[in-house]
Write a protein that binds this ligand. Structure first.
Ligand code: SME
Length: 152
């Protein structure tokens, strides 16, 4: 199972204190995008201080214009408010969706909690329709809990 093989790689990246937090987050994006064929854009968004908006952090994939996302807007902005995973099998069926690329068919966003507070999220776009399962959710929750360890 690819996820079980990737978990130790994520742990190694996280525990490498020689690299900055952003370097480690970028390394996580790279390892996920490289090894999971239906992960085509992988990035982090984080809350901008006390403002009700998200700022784009490290990512791999096509550059996006959406470097600032207000709370409530798009899939990412909804997760900032709901504190829940959001799995979108078909982005064209979503009213409150911010399109970054016409090739994207599906999206998954998992919140990151530090001391119980939703401080950001990992966002993954897929060019494959309906590719995400509960195994992706469990794996990405693991990734987010690892990330939360270095953001405390
Ligand atoms: N599609 C997201 C916007 C971010 S991009 O996918 C990189 C959304 O609806 O919030």
């Amino acid at each position: 199972m690819i996820f079980e093989a990737l978990k130790p790689q994520v742990e190694n990246i996280i525990s490498n204190n020689n690299n900055s937090i952003d370097e480690r987050l970028l390394a996580i994006c790279k390892v996920l995008e490289e090894h999971i064929d239906y992960y085509n854009w992988v990035g982090f968004y984080f809350r901008n201080g006390d403002k009700e908006e998200l700022l784009l952090g490290p990512y791999v994939g096509e550059p996006t214009d959406h470097t600032v996302i207000p709370f409530g807007k798009g899939i990412c902005g909804q997760v900032a408010v709901s504190n829940e995973n959001f799995v979108v099998p078909d982005v064209s069926a979503q009213d409150n969706y911010i399109a970054c690329s016409i090739t994207v068919k599906a999206e998954i966003v998992i919140p990151i909690f530090v001391n119980g507070k939703n401080i950001g999220q990992i966002d993954i776009d897929s060019n494959t329709p309906d590719p995400f399962t509960e195994a992706d959710e469990r794996f990405l929750e693991f990734v987010c809990s690892q990330v939360s360890n270095i953001l405390e």
